[in-house]
Design a protein around this ligand. Sequence first.
Ligand SMILES: *[C@@H]1O[C@H](CO)[C@@H](O)[C@H](O)[C@H]1NC(C)=O
Ligand SMILES: *[C@@H]1O[C@H](CO)[C@@H](O)[C@H](O)[C@H]1NC(C)=O
Ligand SMILES: *[C@@H]1O[C@H](CO)[C@@H](O)[C@H](O)[C@H]1NC(C)=O
Ligand SMILES: *[C@@H]1O[C@H](CO)[C@@H](O)[C@H](O)[C@H]1NC(C)=O
Length: 432
Amino acid sequence: MVHCFRACLPLFAILIVASNLSYTRASMKGGHKIKSATFLSPKFVLGPGSVENRFYRNVDFPKGHIGIKSFNAEVIDDTGNPVPLHETYLHHWLVSRYYQPLDVVETNHEQKFKESDRISARNSGICQKGILNQYFGLGSETRKTATHIPDPYAIEIGNPAEIPVGYEERWLLNVHAIDTRGAEDRLGCTECRCDLYNITVSEWGHPLRPDYKGGLLCCYDHTQCKVKQGFQGTRRSLYLRYTVEWVEWDSDIIPVKIFIFDVTDTGKRLNGSTGLGPENGCQVEYEIKSCSSTDTAVNGCVDVKRTNLTMPTTGYLIYGVAHQHTGGIGSTLYGKDGRVICASLPTYGEGKEAGNEAGYIVGMSTCYPEPGSIQITAGEKLVLESNYSRDQDHTGVMGLFYILVADRTPNPTSLLQAPIHVSLFKFLNGNI
Ligand SMILES: *[C@@H]1O[C@H](CO)[C@@H](O)[C@H](O)[C@H]1NC(C)=O
Ligand SMILES: *[C@@H]1O[C@H](CO)[C@@H](O)[C@H](O)[C@H]1NC(C)=O
Ligand SMILES: *[C@@H]1O[C@H](CO)[C@@H](O)[C@H](O)[C@H]1NC(C)=O
Ligand SMILES: *[C@@H]1O[C@H](CO)[C@@H](O)[C@H](O)[C@H]1NC(C)=O
């Protein structure tokens, strides 16, 4: 199905728009004309063991009041060939929305984002300000994870009524890639183990906690992971190639809200605190300790991490997917009565080629429930569960869950009002 998603899309008129790799494809689906464009991120250059973690502002993105239908991406080299994960590990890419005053000129090549006049236009939550506020984002699983949104739903963007006067909607792209060619410990480099990067102080100059063994704080932009002595490899130019599909906005499209849940969320939200920190809720990363022979007998050597979350609004689940790192064996989001809202399982690669790299999570299964069949209500207590194998230690693992929720279905009478019809029927028949 996931394979089919890309391969089976009808290839209609291909129209070259901008750069050599951009095009727009138009097709008809459900009465809405689906448009598609492919863009390249700014170029980044990696040599063996090196890391790029850049924030590109005002990147190419479809404009206007539109509904996003899918977002796919992959890392390619400068001849356009897909680069496998065992060469360039795609730790993650994120695409976030913000508003910027119209007169502020931004180039794609700015590395660090300054707050300035930028107004974040984040997703619907639920982590603290500044954390997991993206609209789209995945990691090594990008190539085989379905992202399409079924009709008549879409992610609404560019609504002039929501953009502050004098501002423009823009998009920030963050690409975090690690070159593991020649690495002494390939998995260790992808898990950002501090000893392999020789890092003891954060990017901002703060000493790391002595028990911090690995994670994002040790593989920031321009850090270097340990490579085998004498290994020769060229520095090469890479790009994130991303394809967006969308439809022009129209009143019969139903908007979906984006929620991102984190299994490390402690629920703490200190007043005004932003970003990562022990006082904040979402920590984003955690560690897995390998099991001893005694724990193996108890729980089969699986780390089961759970957190309680509160759903802020009522709606129907349209799409769901988890994000895990190597070692992950699946994640489930449960509703208040223990019912499964969505379970998402990883696919590991088995070969060498891009999209099927052995030892890496190359895809996550997704949920597309019958719209209307899974309702989550405002204030409902959810449980997020993320399972990892404890066959070995892991640092910097993640347990995120991304869901799309609509506040209605196309034909509300059939579902929402069903109980009313039943009561009316009973009333007419003298049962009430
Ligand atoms: C590791 O970092 C320390 C301090 O920053 C430095 O003195 C040392 O040479 C580094 N070791 C290697 C192998 O690069
Ligand atoms: C939280 O911050 C806001 C604005 O900074 C302030 O008005 C409010 O009183 C604060 N609340 C608490 C509980 O400190
Ligand atoms: C989640 O809630 C349940 C039931 O209220 C409670 O037993 C459990 O300890 C909570 N878990 C966490 C991680 O807070
Ligand atoms: C995670 O582990 C728990 C406890 O063993 C199990 O009930 C659940 O089905 C597992 N979920 C996934 C998705 O593997």
